[in-house]
Write a protein that binds this ligand. Sequence first.
Ligand code: ADP
Ligand code: MG
Length: 208
Amino acid sequence: MIRADITSKFFGDQQVLGPVRFDIRPGETVALLGPSGIGKSTILRIMAGIDTRFEGTVTRPDNMAIVFQEPTLLPWRSALDNLLIARPTLGADAARAALARVGLSGRDDAFPGQLSLGQQRRLALARAFAGAPEFLVMDEPFVSLDPEMAEQMLALTEALIAEAKPATLFVTHARAEAERLADRTLVLSGRPATLTDSLPDTSNGEHA
Ligand code: ADP
Ligand code: MG
């Protein structure tokens, strides 16, 4: 069980989050949707254990992976080493297979600076999935890609989630991404931000 039970989060005297409570079941993909600056990344950092300065409790497995908005690769290490450093037990063959799975076969020795932004994002995805995480957290993994690249990343992420079935929490400000990838969508609004009950019904396409 993955559970967020956040009572409040302040930056200085600014309260960014009010009560935010949700569960994620094993294998479930949940989108966290809301406008820029609302507190999505803040929740994600709390869920990932990076930010411990909040009121409340979070329950999550140790075996988790994070995909940040920017790929956060080690620039002086090859694509293969970026995988192996993150997952030392993986072994070179499995790491090569993981690179091939995201369309980076033959680029094992390339440094991140020699890869396009799209390729760097795919390497970060490969790294995240390489450890077979029980819990995967992604912060706007498809922003600032051109539409074709974003679509490729979306399809790849969808396929990797379907194969590995981690519980997934992914942050987006794009409703279409949430609807495509998620079993369930949580919507943040207000200041301090809280979860609104549910997404307005979009089944008639009115808000699509
Ligand atoms: P989102 O990811 O939804 O765009 P964030 O969670 O990054 O929003 O930020 C929520 C709010 O908290 C914003 O108003 C932002 O300016 C503020 N904030 C985020 N990080 C910090 C920080 N380290 N110090 C002070 N304020 C911050
Ligand atoms: Mg953010």
